[in-house]
Design a protein around this ligand. Structure first.
Ligand SMILES: Cc1cc2nc3c(=O)[nH]c(=O)nc-3n(C[C@H](O)[C@H](O)[C@H](O)COP(=O)(O)O)c2cc1C
Length: 388
């Protein structure tokens, strides 16, 4: 029988008998400060910053504090069952790694390190279109690990179709289409440092390796990098998509499709009516609309509207096991972990990501145990109380 995730706790204490303490903090809320110490100000600002005044990022966290878990006793939560299946992908626990682009600004091995850490634990990684390594190279690093692909939908249909075909061939099993980033928000932490990785040629590996994209260029990216960079960035900037364009995705992707960035119940309904398999309730970690509603606050109504018919994933603000329990109790099928693993990557590459993931899963396991919840199926809104 595999060890429960909570066993990481005993491992840490036993190592302590030999004078060994963990290389990185076990406190999910302290990871950002840890990353700040190791990163240059530009990449730190890129990862930690948000849109405008940062109000949406703050709201994301505050929303979790408004819900409190009500522990139950004598329920026999000795053996927990955290494994689940989401859209055909088996998960050891209801957690995936969120798509985070340009990971090489955080650590030179970037997505390759993340892929190895995720695969070793069997946790699915959602690879961003804006990755620093090509989707094929990341697939190789992920090996037999589960992997999904996140599409930033380029406004050239041949390039979009080519990316989807490549992702399919490389074994990415589900598609996450991010809708909330069709143009970049006003992000003071990046603007003040005049720092945008893409126009410096980072996070465009999938462009440089894409035959359909290369065919559009007069001169190869090796001959004229700047022209290639500007052409690629222009494909994702300033052009919003429409609902009536969604059939394009179905034509070019035969696996499950989820729309990411959904915050309104009517948009969630529309996604299902358009034949999508699910949504990711997300406000991009507060990086897009300043002064927006907390992602957790819109989760219950979206679950009520579409939860019976479609998969509902959640992100924006997950920092601890308790946060995962809260999002699942409010109806999410699974959550995406974002900034915390990026901070782990910054501090320690593959072993940093691995530590952050193991810590979150151990914390989740122990929080389930101590709140009297042995099974995911037992999580529902009655597990929580609202505190104003
Ligand atoms: C540095 C950074 C880069 C990101 N890049 C992408 C991306 O390429 N594609 C995408 O869909 N979301 C991207 N996101 C958003 C995440 O997928 C996720 O929605 C967000 O991190 C959740 O918020 P949290 O990390 O505060 O919990 C990025 C987030 C961060 C912090």
């Amino acid at each position: 029988m595999p060890q429960p995730f909570g066993a990481y706790q005993s491992e840490i204490y036993l190592n302590g008998l030999n004078g060994v303490v963990p290389d990185f903090t076990t406190d999910g809320t302290a990871l950002e400060a840890m990353a700040r110490e190791v990163l240059r100000p530009e990449p730190y600002g890129y990862a930690a910053g948000g849109a405008g005044s940062g109000a949406t990022m703050r709201a994301n966290r505050e929303a979790f504090d408004h819900w409190r878990i009500v522990p139950r006793m004598l329920t026999d939560a000795t053996d927990r069952q955290l494994a689940t299946t989401v859209l055909g992908t088996e998960l050891p626990a209801p957690v995936l790694l969120a798509p985070i682009g340009v990971q090489s600004i955080l650590h030179e091995e970037g997505e390759l390190a993340t892929a190895r850490a995720a695969a070793a634990l069997g946790v699915p990684m959602v690879l961003s279109t804006a990755s620093s390594y090509s989707l094929e190279d990341v697939a190789k690093a992920s090996g037999a690990g589960p992997r999904w692909f996140q599409l930033y939908w380029p406004n050239d249909p041949e390039v979009a179709a080519s990316l989807l075909q490549r992702a399919k061939r490389a074994g990415y099993s589900a598609l996450v289409v991010t809708l909330d980033t069709w143009t970049l928000a006003w992000r003071p932490s990046d603007l003040d440092q005049a720092f945008l990785p893409f126009i410096r040629g980072t996070g465009i590996a999938n462009a440089l390796t894409d035959p359909a994209f290369r065919a559009l260029l007069e001169r190869t990216p090796e001959e004229d990098p700047q022209a290639a960079i500007l052409r690629w960035v222009g494909m994702f900037t300033g052009t919003d998509k429409r609902w009536d364009q969604l059939p394009f995705l179905r034509e070019h992707w035969d696996g499950p499709i989820l729309l990411k960035g959904i915050q309104h119940v009517d948009d969630a309904r529309r996604a299902v009516e358009a034949g999508m398999d699910g949504v990711v309730v997300s406000n991009h970690g507060g990086r897009q609309v300043d002064g927006a509603v907390a992602s957790l606050d819109v989760l219950p109504s979206i679950v009520r509207a579409i939860g019976e018919r479609a998969t509902v994933l959640f992100d924006s603000g997950i920092r601890s096991g308790a946060d995962v329990v809260k999002a699942l109790s409010l109806g999410a099928n699974a959550v995406l972990l974002g900034r915390p693993f990026a901070y782990g990557l910054a501090a320690g590459g593959e072993s940093g990501v691995r530590h952050v993931l193991r810590s979150l899963l151990a914390d989740l396991d122990l929080t389930m145990a101590l709140s009297g919840n042995a099974r995911l199926a037992g999580l529902n809104p009655d597990v929580l109380t609202r505190s104003l």
